[in-house]
Write a protein that binds this ligand. Structure first.
Ligand SMILES: [Zn+2]
Length: 485
């Protein structure tokens, strides 16, 4: 402002002050709406916005796949931090932690006998590479993992093949039953029995010819080559097994080539930003998704969508010029997919929770979005004495087709789970996961698999929920703290 304009302005003010009747009115402060009324506005506006889709679109276009501890994951984190700042988030930071990355490299799998042909397969996360020319050996075929565990057959030097299909359910229970057993422990069990290689039918609910990647137990580079094959290839092997019993086919032999390996110690990182609470800033609601993805697709549904949903939900609060009483903290966790011992902080969720041990007793609730981009069906809350809160939230979510699941016990996912284990209540906005495992961890996990309308339903539910949690005094029962591992 120039001097003359300043003097003019001052003169104008003094004229007003000298007048007896022209007293300036105090600025009218808008009366804040009741939390549920404000949440309804936020919910309805979120349905009309396009923020989440734009976020996941730009993320996947700019960086493609984002394997944990990779340059791509690091660059995506830097971009996300800048993007959060630009959106108006406060206290944006990048928190680095150590991690061994894992690289797939060139790979192939084929049948060499009795009917030579190429298959579609991919190494399991954590797999050890094969000998340079590949591993060629007789295969021993099991219809289920339990059949393999119960078997006393000699598998020394052979390739163990498990053909067990995965059940298709909306809540992911089919995956839950398989991922921790056959995929996680299968390679370890096979190696214990002297097997040279391990192959499983992809944890897939589709019959497309894609292989589904995913983590197997940490074996410190001393495991055996382990791969997932596509469902049609597993079904072909199943037919060969039947032909063997009919005397129409000889023993199955496979050749696995993988150049997978762990990389020297590197880093991954969490990106954190918040809307600082106006009255109780240390009472935080934690939300987010994970930045890293498997290397085959571009991590659109797993978990670009989860980042987009939670970032867009919080951003809509900023865009409405609002500040809740409590803090809403958004976390873009690094390294969810690669699993390593907690001693080297193998996940972003563990790194995030460990860093904040001293303040976790003030955290109100934590939830994450990591189950694709399809619509939310229900919400599971930790127990609360505040029944009116539950009723109001139920009324807010009902128009979105979302119901309170009174029977479930929220536990958070793999990123918010470490907070829950340390005493922070959890909530789950449960998405329809019926089609999620058609695409999950495949080369086909791309933007085109996201339906913008369903994505927006997620954002609407998230913003209504977090506004209610952050702008009321609701408290939830704190879980029992589990002993330190
Ligand atoms: Zn995920």
């Amino acid at each position: 402002m120039t001097l003359s304009r300043t003097l003019t302005a001052l003169g104008f003010v003094s004229l007003i002050l000298m007048g007896t009747t022209a007293i300036a009115k105090p600025a009218v402060k808008p009366v804040p709406l009741a939390p549920e009324a404000q949440a309804a506005i936020l919910r309805d506006d979120a349905l009309k916005a396009n923020v989440a889709y734009e976020f996941v679109s730009e993320l996947t276009t700019r960086f493609g796949a984002r394997p944990a501890a990779s340059e791509s994951e690091r660059n995506a984190a830097a971009w996300a931090a800048d993007t959060l700042k630009g959106m108006g988030f406060e206290k944006v930071s990048i928190e680095t932690f150590p991690l061994y990355g894992w690289k797939r490299g060139p790979e192939s799998i084929e049948i060499t006998a009795p009917f030579p042909q190429k298959l579609v397969g991919t190494a399991l996360g954590g797999s050890t590479g094969s000998a340079a020319g590949g591993l060629e050996a007789e295969a021993v075929i099991y219809d289920t993992y339990q059949e393999f565990l119960d078997s006393t057959e000699d598998v020394k030097g052979k390739i163990v093949v498990i053909l067990q299909p995965m059940a298709q359910t909306s809540d992911g229970s089919g995956y839950g039953r398989m991922s921790g057993t056959v995929r996680w422990m299968g390679p370890v069990e096979a190696q214990k029995r002297g097997a040279a290689g391990f192959v499983l039918r992809s944890l897939s609910t589709d019959t497309h010819r894609f292989a589904h990647a995913g983590a197997s137990a940490w074996q410190d580079g001393k495991g055996i080559p382990s791969m997932a094959i596509s469902v049609p290839d597993a079904l072909a092997i199943s037919r060969i097994k039947k032909m063997q019993t009919q005397g129409k086919a000889g023993p199955l032999r496979l050749k696995m080539l993988t150049t997978a390996e762990f990389l020297p110690l590197g880093t991954s990182q969490n990106v954190v930003g918040e809307i600082t609470g106006s009255e109780s800033p240390d009472e935080a609601i934690i939300i987010g998704g994970h930045m890293d993805s498997w290397d085959l697709g571009t991590g659109a549904i797993d978990d670009g969508a989860g980042l987009a949903i939670t970032v867009a939900a919080a951003k809509s609060i900023i865009d409405h010029g609002l500040r809740p009483k409590r803090t809403i903290r958004v976390v873009l966790w690094g390294s969810e997919e690669v699993s390593q011992p907690p001693s080297i902080l193998g996940t972003g969720g563990e790194a995030f929770a460990n860093r904040r041990k001293a303040e976790l007793d003030r955290y109100v609730d934590a939830g994450e979005s990591d189950f694709g981009a399809d619509k939310i069906l229900s919400i599971t809350l930790s127990p609360t004495e505040d029944k009116a809160f539950v009723t109001k939230l139920g009324n807010l979510l009902y128009p979105l087709g979302i119901f309170i699941d009174g029977n479930g016990t929220p536990s958070g996912g793999s990123d918010s789970g470490p907070l829950h284990e340390k005493g922070v209540p959890a909530f789950d906005l449960n998405q329809d996961g019926y089609s999620y495992f058609n695409i999950h961890h495949t080369a086909d996990d791309v933007l085109e698999r996201i339906d913008p309308a369903q994505l927006n339903q997620n954002v609407a539910a998230w913003v209504a929920t977090i506004w209610m949690m952050a702008d009321t005094k609701v408290t939830f029962k704190r879980p029992e703290v589990k002993a330190e591992k």
